[in-house]
Design a protein around this ligand. Structure first.
Ligand code: NAP
Length: 300
């Protein structure tokens, strides 16, 4: 596993990170299997873990805390998010300073940490990035409860705004083979000293026709997520079937190698519930793509 600096935070992270989210965090997914994946990720050199207060119906963050309990987490960068929370099956938003502070304190308890290495605002709207909220976030930093601050958003306008806000150290963007247009934004973020995280680096599996590979209940959930909320990605992903016929590497490895070919990306945060997939994804660290393939991906 190779490691990269996370902007100017002083933190170094594995270039492949583990997303403690989605099906991994759901109660329906056996916690022993979820823990085995985290163990294997750590054994494979992963030091970056990403979760969120609202992920997986609110179960992902406390699950990650339980899984890490008793382990030495001092070398890990555990990132979480605030501003959204789970209420039953719904995800609610509250970016008020009081709610974000309460969320950060809950995350510390859930994760069993004394300091959150990275607290990210989870998809704030422009109007939610208030001076009061920025002040509250700095307060968390000043109290030593949070080490670095970030924003995750798949809205380029929000990332563009955050790049100009010195309060934030890190941005997470949706960067994958379907989104080469994020590159100018990533260059600008890195030039401003922000650490850049790539969320959804495998385009949610849609280059591999995820929606058509139903082997277990989780695949039905993945398919429903794709067809209900990410139809454009499902359609665009189908054009990348050639990635899965390379021979020298798998389609997922090629997709990760594309993301990590960008020197400004610190970490590609992968979501998986299958050990074979995790092994394959971790092996993508250090892989590179021939120029013609890079050009084909950009042109597709
Ligand atoms: N707004 C936000 O803050 C936000 C939003 C989205 C994502 N994220 C972050 O990004 C992380 C990743 O996002 P994501 O899980 O949505 O997307 P992703 O990592 O792009 O794709 C995950 C999908 O790819 C499949 N997969 C993984 N490895 C594979 C392999 N080697 N071969 C075939 N399929 C493979 C997984 O299925 P299996 O379970 O079968 O492996 C899953 O369906 C999240 O966990 C989260 O940390 C953040």
């Amino acid at each position: 596993m190779l490691y990269r600096p996370l902007g100017r935070t002083g933190l170094s992270v594995s270039e492949i990170g583990f997303g403690a989210a989605s099906w991994w965090g759901k109660r329906q997914f056996n916690e022993i299997r979820a823990a085995r994946l985290v163990d294997a990720a750590i054994a494979g050199g992963v030091t970056f873990f990403d979760t969120g207060s609202s992920y997986s119906g609110g179960n992902a963050e406390p699950r990650l805390g339980r899984v890490l309990k008793g382990r030495d987490a001092s070398g890990l960068v555990v990132a979480t998010k605030a501003g959204t929370f789970a209420e039953g099956r719904a995800i609610r938003r509250d970016f008020s300073p009081a709610a974000v502070i309460a969320s950060a304190k809950r995350s510390l308890r859930n994760l069993g940490l004394e300091v959150l290495p990275l607290l990210q605002l989870h998809g704030p709207a422009m109007g939610e990035l208030t001076d009061e909220l920025l002040g509250a976030l700095q307060g968390l930093k000043a109290k030593g409860l949070v080490r670095a601050l970030g924003v995750t958003s798949f809205d380029p306008a929000i990332i563009d705004r955050v790049i100009d806000l010195p309060d934030f150290d890190v941005v997470m963007v949706d960067y994958n083979v379907l989104r080469p247009e994020r590159e100018p934004l990533i260059v600008r973020a890195a030039a401003a000293g922000k650490g850049v995280l790539a969320g959804m680096p495998l385009a949610m599996g849609h280059t591999g026709l995820q929606v058509a590979r139903i082997r277990a209940p989780r695949d039905l959930w993945y398919a429903a997520r794709g067809l209900m909320r990410h139809r454009p990605e499902v359609a665009e992903g189908a054009r990348f079937a050639f990635l899965h016929r390379l021979g020298a590497m798998t389609g997922s490895q090629a997709a990760l190698a594309y993301v990590l070919a960008n020197p400004h990306v610190a970490c590609a945060v992968v979501g998986t519930t299958r050990m074979a997939h995790l092994t394959e994804d971790l092996a993508a660290s250090g892989m590179s793509l021939p120029d013609e393939l890079m050009a084909r991906i950009r042109a597709t």
